[in-house]
Write a protein that binds this ligand. Structure first.
Ligand SMILES: [Zn+2]
Length: 291
């Protein structure tokens, strides 16, 4: 995880990235959101889509309304329901009359508590897109690509006309994706990286951080990075004996921002659960053991 770039950031401004794609940065920078959440507007004609409307912040919603101008909003689309992505959907729907379309609401009771404080419980879509389903406007087609892992309901959206993929929090250039069990799932995340690796997208537009012009190279690197983390976990267990998840963090993350220690412990836990499923580690209460 990296620190943010030097200011100024383009908060509240509309940036044109390509003929059909514009971006507006929300005022919510943090160690988890980098410079803030980036909301994308897709479409150059009279009907646009809004991707990841962001936090329910009046200044951000005003900036989006200004960027929308006279266009009709065909859909407000959410990649997932973390609080920095979807809470502006409802107020924006009221102001524009547009439907909320995209990821499923989280199923909270299918196998115990799957939600934590970072989830937006207000999210209520008018239509859920399954993998491969599309929305269309005057000059755009956005197709859902189900990419569970960061969250179980995570979708990317592919802009068919230009080869761009809106990757939400699944793949970002500034940081690896945080996987928080039980809803975050490392096995699913790795499968979703493989899924992107098999596609031929030209550019990624993530919800945080700069656009990615070498998508396959970045995804390949991320798969390698996660495999290295796995190997490191297995090696630490064989060298040090049983460890708690927290016990791995100082050994694996040198120079970590202390504010991110909790997220690092969650990522280690996500790896351990994945390794346990594959029979490579065991556990006895809080202690993880070599197998
Ligand atoms: Zn997220």
């Amino acid at each position: 995880m990296a620190g943010p770039p030097p200011k100024p950031w383009p908060t509240g401004l509309t940036e044109q990235l390509e003929p059909r794609v514009r971006r507006v940065l929300a005022p919510n920078p943090s160690p988890y959101t980098y410079t803030g959440t980036q909301t994308y507007l897709v479409g150059s004609g009279g009907r646009v889509a809004v991707i990841d409307p962001g936090p329910d912040d009046p200044a951000h919603i005003d900036a989006l309304m200004e960027a929308i101008g006279d266009a009709q909003v065909a859909a407000i689309m959410c990649t997932h329901t973390h609080r920095d992505h979807s809470p502006a959907a409802a107020p924006l729907a009221i102001r524009t009359g547009a439907p909320i379309v995209g990821c499923a609401p989280l199923v909270l009771d299918d196998s115990g508590p799957r939600a934590d404080a970072s989830f937006d419980r207000t999210y209520a879509p008018d239509r859920v897109l399954a993998d491969g389903e599309s929305m269309t406007g005057s000059d755009w087609t956005l197709t859902a690509v189900h990419t569970p892992g960061h969250t179980s309901n995570h979708l990317c959206f592919a802009l068919e006309e230009s080869g761009a993929l809106f990757t939400g929090d699944h793949v970002m250039g500034w940081s690896t994706s945080v996987i928080v069990p039980p809803d975050g799932d490392m096995s699913a995340y790795m499968a979703s990286l493989d899924k992107l690796q098999s596609r031929e997208d030209r550019v990624y537009y993530p919800a945080h951080g700069p656009q990615i012009n070498n998508p396959r190279q970045l995804v390949r690197g991320m798969i390698g990075h996660r495999r290295q983390r796995e190997n490191q976990i297995v090696r630490l267990l064989s060298e040090h004996g049983p460890l708690t998840a927290a016990g791995f963090v100082p050994r694996m993350y040198k120079g970590l921002d202390p504010r991110l220690a909790g997220a690092a412990e969650m990522s280690v836990t996500a790896h351990l659960i994945d390794l346990e499923r594959r029979g490579m580690v065991g556990r006895s209460q809080e202690l993880w053991t070599a197998q």
